[in-house]
Design a protein around this ligand. Structure first.
Ligand SMILES: [Zn+2]
Length: 170
């Protein structure tokens, strides 16, 4: 696991940059293999630039057939974290033009704070989690139940129809 990086200390580094690599099981992420990651953090004037690649394999449950399957999760992301003066959120020093473009998608970080590469990687991997879990193109879903078993027991409408049918003259 990596140590959080002190953002002010980055200024003492060559080009304000630090690169960390790690291979670890992230406690919050249930992955089959350790997360292998490389994160480059650069101190720009008004923001922190993060360039990260990471990869792992997670076990997911198929939404259709409920079988478990392995899914390769990977990121190759560049993100800008705009500096805020203190610890407060939402007071980023964003130039006007970029403000329009970035809208409310802006992520901020305190310029005197810490940046935690493993936490960042974890968050990025979570964003990459598929919205819908399907084990594969060939998934046929849950095996079909035969029609007599499929009739829901408590379907009142059906029962009402049956009752009505009995009352009709044949
Ligand atoms: Zn499936």
């Amino acid at each position: 696991m990596t140590e959080p990086i002190s953002i002010p200390h980055l200024l003492h580094r060559l080009e304000g940059r630090e690169t960390v690599e790690f291979k670890a099981i992230l406690p919050e992420l249930t992955s089959l293999t350790p997360v292998q990651a490389k994160v480059q953090v650069t101190h720009k004037d008004s923001y922190l630039e993060i360039i990260g690649v990471a990869e792992t394999i997670v076990t997911l449950t198929c939404d259709r057939c409920l079988a478990q399957y392995n899914h390769r999760l990977s990121i190759d992301t560049t993100e800008m974290l705009w500096f805020t003066e203190g610890g407060e959120e939402g007071k980023a020093e964003i130039p006007f033009e970029e403000d329009l473009e970035l809208d409310d998608m802006v992520e901020t970080v305190s310029k005197n704070g810490l940046f935690d590469p493993s936490e960042w990687v974890y968050q990025q991997l979570c964003l990459e989690m598929p919205y819908k879990n399907v084990c594969g193109d060939a998934c046929e879903g849950i095996p079909k139940v035969s029609p007599e078993n499929a009739q829901p027991e408590g379907d009142r409408r059906w029962a009402a129809l049956e009752a009505l049918k009995g009352q009709l003259p044949s």
